[in-house]
Design a protein around this ligand. Structure first.
Ligand code: MG
Length: 158
């Protein structure tokens, strides 16, 4: 059996925070605000995986009211999600991601992000595809107020 999942997340850009996307620190004058490291890309991937498995969402498993997750690397949350999937009898078929950011330019960081995600999930990097796009200066992403991310995935039962 195969099941599809979708994840979407947004975080606000703010001064005085590092910009972490897909587990990679990207040089920029602002970073994403949030309880964890605010890795919007990884959060969208986690929600897609949990959705496909019928396991709810990231907030249920890793609540932002829990101090254990304050400033935590989202890569650890992704590894925990991988354990939940394995326990439920699922393996990842593929993951596709569209990151929406007006700036900075992200293309050269995508291979490293893909490797980080693959390592946290213990899957081949080839099972993950990452894309980055701008929104032509339209909306909150286009004005540089925040970064959004969509992800879909396919899970296959073991
Ligand atoms: Mg989030």
């Amino acid at each position: 059996m195969m099941r599809v999942g979708h994840g979407y997340d947004v975080h606000r850009l703010t001064e005085g925070r590092p910009l972490i996307l897909g587990g990679v620190r990207v040089p920029y004058d602002r970073g994403l605000d949030g309880h964890s490291d605010a890795d919007v890309l990884t959060h969208a991937v986690i929600d897609a995986l949990l959705g496909a498995a019928g396991l709810g969402d990231i907030g249920q498993h890793f609540p932002d009211t829990d101090d254990r997750y304050l400033g935590i690397s989202s890569m650890l949350l992704l590894s925990e999600t991988a354990k939940l999937l394995k326990k439920a009898g699922w393996r990842v078929g593929n993951i596709d991601v569209t990151l929406i950011a007006q700036a900075p330019k992200l293309a050269r960081f995508l291979p490293q992000m893909r490797d980080c995600l693959a390592a946290a999930l213990s899957i081949a990097p080839g099972a993950i595809n990452l894309k980055a796009t701008t929104e032509e200066h339209l909306g909150f992403t286009g004005r540089g107020e925040g970064i959004a991310c969509h992800s879909v995935c396919l899970l296959i039962d073991n």
